[in-house]
Ligand binder design. Structure first.
Ligand SMILES: [Fe+2]
Length: 292
């Protein structure tokens, strides 16, 4: 008879049951803690990041120019009004000059028309607040989202066009393109008439544009969202990424084919309200001269 074949006495049996129970209890506790963190903790745990970008030929009036980059609210399925207001309040504390929102403003899979009345009310900055459309805006009805943005928000939609921010005879351009995969991105139209001497920030929901954009256009910085930092990000690796370049553009500052792109993690929690290793992000970008 092997040792493990022998019949256990009552005390040994109850000891083993207790050990197993303890293990299951600990595992359940860990699972609950992980689930609580992923579903209830991290999705509400906003992070404000600060990044300095050097720009060649940045006019003196724009030295130290700060703007907020906040993407992917996914209203109303991925976020609530309280969280939107909190984000707006945080932006106000940073004293930025402009706010850039590169897409997925709306997410409504039921087909019901969404109202944006009041949703972005405290997302305001002295030089303006600008948006582009993302794939979810198109899936939710681009025409309706466009109308809502114009009638019920302070956001100006840049749909294959640019806006000039002017200071003391100098200018900085914000160029916005429609969504790469589900919209009608027209880069030539977006840059048409823009003086090549003027530094510019390109807003594109999808960061893949940094590798795929054709045409010889000056871009000093591209800003994008779409990736949500992977939503679940395990020590820098995201199991699911909506990009043909895999992990390349998952988050942060990345070198594209010709220009840098800052990929913000966005603020939504998605329909299942889950985030792990990818806190919702309000990105504050500061431009500084690369020539001094
Ligand atoms: Fe998104």
């Amino acid at each position: 008879m092997h040792a493990e074949d022998r019949v256990l006495d009552d005390e040994e049996v109850s000891g083993r049951i207790l050990t197993r129970r303890k293990f299951l209890k600990a595992a359940a506790g860990l699972g609950a803690a992980f689930g609580g963190y992923g579903f209830l903790g991290e999705p509400n745990w906003l992070e404000v990041t600060h990044t300095q970008i050097s720009v060649h030929g940045l006019p003196e009036p724009f030295e130290g120019y700060k703007f907020a980059l906040v993407s992917d609210p996914h209203w109303p399925e991925g976020i609530e009004q309280g969280f939107m207001t909190r984000v707006g309040n945080l932006i106000q504390l940073e004293c930025v000059k402009a706010i850039l929102v590169p897409g997925d403003l709306v997410d409504q899979s039921s087909g019901k028309k969404v109202s944006l009345k009041g949703v972005f009310d405290n997302w305001t900055a002295p030089d303006g607040q600008f948006a582009t459309l993302g794939n979810h805006d198109h899936w939710s009805g681009a025409k309706h989202v466009t109308r809502e943005l114009a009638e019920n928000t302070p956001l100006k939609l840049l749909d294959n066009e640019f806006h000039l921010i002017e200071k003391k005879g100098s200018a900085l351009a914000i160029v916005g393109v429609d969504d790469y995969t589900d919209g009608f991105m027209d880069v030539d139209k977006a840059f048409a008439g823009l003086d090549p001497e003027i530094p510019r920030i390109l807003m594109s929901h999808n960061p893949d544009v940094a590798h795929d954009m054709t045409g010889d256009y000056r871009v000093d910085l591209q800003v994008s969202g779409h990736m949500h930092g992977g939503q679940v990000n395990l020590f820098g690796w995201a199991p699911v990424t909506p990009s043909k370049y895999g992990q390349t553009f998952v988050r942060g500052l990345v070198q594209g084919r010709k220009n840098l792109v800052y990929v913000t993690r966005g603020i939504c929690r998605t329909k299942i309200h889950l985030r792990v290793g990818s806190r919702p992000e309000v990105s504050i970008i500061e431009l500084v001269s690369a020539d001094s």
